[in-house]
Design a protein. Structure first.
Length: 367
């Protein structure tokens, strides 16, 4: 499992250009007019992890299979989208299906590229999109809450649990605040209830500041304002030049590295975006390693061994016996599975073991 990000933003902020570059495809048309993206395009990319090459070399793995991240390029939203303006509610539904929202903000000036609202104001753009998502959530909840109240009056257990969460979200939205803020104060048992409501503003947000090539390494006044906003919200923020990423996507790996270095950049925007996404969603990676393949698996931090095994196959979780585990540093330093076992660094972990980032695991199970 990797994670799925929905790329949103106003028209003409560079969403589709960024999507094409990140997914190394031309699946999404990019052009200088609103609503260029009509249907949500989906692309997958491998998550870069330099640890895999070392593990594969030590184990003699014939194949390296990284975990993957999905990007969904969602049509440009505009003011009034929650009421059907632009392409309307149809595309709001696409956002409900993602793990995180990648909000692309225009942080460059170019008189040749039209801004749908006639000004460059990334913080204002972010507020426009957030407001539309909050209005859509409010409308959705207000349609459902009356029925939930009726069921709660009849002592329906599910409704009795849902109602206080729904009412708390409605209060928050009416104050102009997104549903995700409730996660900070909810009791642990109520968090799944909030997530089950499938609200647009319950998703964590990663802001992408799309800048001109000259500002890719340093940022500018626009990106500084966005970074300040992100910090206040507890969101993530990454500065990327979609134009640069589009060029990098066409180059061989060695040429791409030289090209980035010439611009004062140490890595591609995709790598920084993925790292920020992992941090935002609190994700980690564990590995399965052998002669056939070295493979990465993504889980949420805090996942216990049986559930981590279930990411590979449900049978692994259902019939879990134990997880033979070696820390990445031990595996690499000692030179593989056999030396790690001889040094006493291979552990048999049970059902309560919390998998750590970089663990090399061999699961034992019985179906």
């Amino acid at each position: 499992m990797g994670f799925k990000c929905g790329i949103v933003g106003l028209p003409n902020v560079g969403k589709s250009t960024l999507f094409n570059a990140l997914t190394r495809t031309a699946a999404a048309q990019a052009a200088n007019y609103p609503f260029c993206t009509i249907e949500p395009n989906t692309g997958e990319v491998a998550v870069p992890d330099p640890r895999m090459k070392k593990l594969a070399e030590i184990a003699g793995s014939k194949e390296i299979i990284p975990t993957r991240i999905s990007f969904v390029d969602i049509a440009g939203l505009v003011r009034g989208a929650s009421k059907g303006e632009g392409l309307g509610n149809k595309f709001l539904a696409n956002i409900r299906e993602v793990d995180a929202i990648v909000h692309v903000l225009r942080c460059f000036e170019d008189s040749d590229i039209t801004h749908v609202e006639g000004r460059i104001d990334p913080v204002g753009d972010a507020d426009t999109i957030e407001t539309e998502l909050m209005l859509a959530d409010l409308e959705s909840l207000e349609r459902r809450v009356d029925q939930t109240r009726k069921r709660a009056t009849g002592k329906d257990k599910e409704a009795l649990a849902q109602l206080p969460v729904m009412e708390a979200v409605i209060k928050l939205l009416n104050e102009g605040k997104p549903a995700r803020l409730l996660l900070k104060i909810l009791a642990p048992e109520d968090v799944p209830i909030l997530k089950s409501l499938n609200l647009l503003t319950s998703h964590p947000v990663l802001y992408v500041c799309n800048v001109a090539e000259a500002d890719a390494a340093t940022g500018n006044d626009y990106t500084a304002a966005v970074e300040k906003m992100a910090t206040e919200q507890g969101a993530e923020c990454v500065i990327i030049s979609a134009a640069i990423e589009a060029e990098v996507a066409q180059l061989p790996e060695d040429e791409a590295k030289d090209f980035l270095e010439a611009l004062g950049l140490t890595e591609a925007g995709l790598d920084r975006l993925i790292r920020a996404g992992y941090h935002l969603l609190d994700l980690i990676t564990y590995f399965t390693v052998g002669p056939k393949e070295c493979r990465a698996w993504t889980i949420v931090r805090g996942t216990k061994a049986p559930q981590a095994a279930g990411v590979i196959h449900t049978d692994f979780e259902r019939g879990f016996i134990r997880a033979n585990t070696i820390a990445y540093d031990d595996f690499v330093t000692l030179g593989g599975e056999v030396p790690a076992k001889e040094a006493g660094k291979a552990r048999d972990e049970g059902k309560e073991y919390v998998v750590q980032d970089g663990d090399v695991i061999h699961f034992r199970f019985n179906t």
